[in-house]
Design a protein around this ligand. Structure first.
Ligand SMILES: Nc1ncnc2c1ncn2[C@@H]1O[C@H](COP(=O)(O)OP(=O)(O)OP(=O)(O)O)[C@@H](O)[C@H]1O
Ligand SMILES: [Mg+2]
Length: 435
């Protein structure tokens, strides 16, 4: 089985190194009076050898038996004056000799075939060692690749070629694993870069504000007071961002304990707390909150509901509406928050659930938002084994539905009419329904 890509280096140098090490280790342990390491190669070789010995011995035994059966015990008269089956008296000495000769011939046959069997067994053990080594070469390639894999060479692949057998399947699985790992590392790097950028923006603003205020020759207590106020607002933005980052990190670690929660009661409290914000934004709040019992962390569930309701109010239009509902549907406790607002392109919906992703731009806070609200929603949902479905509303705005396991539910029940996107790797199936 040939290999390319990483196999070229890892399989060649690494694989050879592996064999060399294994070989040396074998000799060292033998020199130290211990048994050699029971590698698969050694076991396969011994298995081939034993199988050959057993089948060879059986074959030779059968051959010897057939020869012994077919070789006549006595001289027989085939033609001549004597009656068939009877020998003339002069022939009885010959008869004795023929019997002895037969015994010698059978003995020779047994000895020679025994020697041949021993030679062929040794040969088959040697051949078995070579063949086992060849068959197991892809395994050594994969082992070497796994040993040399680090954050810096995650882009390399085994790309094993050859027959579509179990070893190729293993190599393909390893490649797929590397691809997933690479994706996770990339996302992590991107996250760190974005978070640094987001943290630097308010810091830079704060510094500029203070520098400008201090450098102003006309500065007064009032102007310094105003500058301090703006610097304070920038530091509050930083605080919100750090708080959101901590919540995200904390949530991604999963839940420590679950207690009974009611999404209906939680959402009612959240709506109550946001009534003033909605009034200021000129947005009408509508609610249809039935009991939706589930189990989880009440603080995180409240954060999820608050983020969704907050978004629905903030990313809306004056005179718009927000509708929040909770219910039990298809064996799940479902929280739905929908709102009017500017048009959301349906293909952008899934992206909005990634950290620091906003509509129409990739980074840098809009309207003071941290860009982590929906990522926290996704992480909280994942921690609760909940699904998140989002869809762009046909007239503008967004609808987000979170399906928690119902308190008494034991199995997940798919929701009719929903289109699930592939799992996002953290347990959430963030998807969107066609608008
Ligand atoms: N209900 C909604 N309606 C329309 N657009 C939305 C809605 N919710 C989120 N968005 C869009 O998705 C983006 C990401 O939302 P997210 O909640 O993650 O961050 P944010 O609201 O900008 O900041 P914050 O972290 O402070 O909530 C928003 O900037 C907005 O463009
Ligand atoms: Mg938000």
């Amino acid at each position: 089985m040939a290999g390319s890509g990483r196999a070229g280096t890892a399989g060649g140098a690494g694989g050879a190194g592996q064999v060399g090490r294994a070989g040396r280790a074998g000799w060292v342990s033998r020199a130290a009076g211990r048994l050699p390491r029971r590698t698969i190669r050694l076991r396969l070789t011994l298995l081939y050898g034993v199988l050959f010995l057993v089948s060879g011995a059986a074959l030779l035994a059968l051959t010897n038996l057939l020869v012994a059966t077919n070789l006549p015990m006595q001289l027989r008269v085939i033609s001549g004056s004597a009656a068939p089956g009877q020998l003339p008296p002069s022939m009885s000495a010959l008869q004795t000799q023929a019997g002895q000769q037969r015994g010698v011939a059978l003995g020779d046959l047994q000895v020679q075939s025994g020697i041949a069997l021993a030679i062929m067994t040794v040969l088959s053990i040697g051949l078995g060692w070579v063949v086992a080594g060849r068959v197991l070469r892809p395994l050594r390639t994969i082992t070497a690749a796994a040993q040399h894999t680090s954050a810096s060479n995650l882009h390399e692949r085994l790309a094993l070629t050859g027959p579509d057998d179990e070893l190729k399947e293993l190599a393909d699985t390893f490649d797929a694993f590397l691809a997933r790992l690479e994706g996770a590392f990339d996302a992590q790097r991107q996250f760190v870069a974005n978070a640094s950028h987001e943290l630097r923006t308010p810091l830079a603003r704060q510094r500029t504000l203070i520098e400008v205020a201090l450098a102003d020759p006309q500065r007064s207590v009032a102007s310094l007071h105003a500058a301090c106020g703006r610097a304070l607002a920038a530091s509050e933005q930083q605080e919100r961002l750090i708080d959101a980052l901590l919540t995200l990190a904390h949530t991604q670690r999963g839940l420590r304990a679950r207690v009974p929660i009611d999404l209906g009661a939680i959402t009612r409290e959240v709506l109550q707390a946001r009534r003033d914000d909605a009034e200021r934004a000129g947005v009408t709040l509508r609610e249809d909150l039935g009991a939706a019992p589930s189990a989880g962390d009440p603080r995180l569930a409240e954060r999820l509901a608050a983020n969704l309701v907050g978004n629905a109010i903030r990313h809306n239009v004056p005179g718009g509406w927000v509708r929040a509902s909770t219910q039990i549907s298809a064996g799940r406790a479902v929280l739905t928050v929908a709102n009017s607002g500017p048009a959301v392109p349906p293909e952008q919906v899934t992206r909005l659930f990634e950290p620091f992703q906003r509509l129409g731009e990739n980074r840098v806070g809009s309207e003071g938002g941290t860009g982590l609200g929906l990522s926290i929603v996704k992480a909280v949902a994942a921690a609760h084994d909940a699904w998140v479905h989002a869809r762009a509303m046909p007239g503008g705005g967004l609808e987000v539905r979170v399906h928690f396991p119902a308190a008494a539910a034991t199995a997940a029940v798919p929701v009719a009419g929903s289109r699930m996107l592939p799992g996002s790797g953290d347990g959430v199936q963030a998807g969107h329904l066609a608008g």
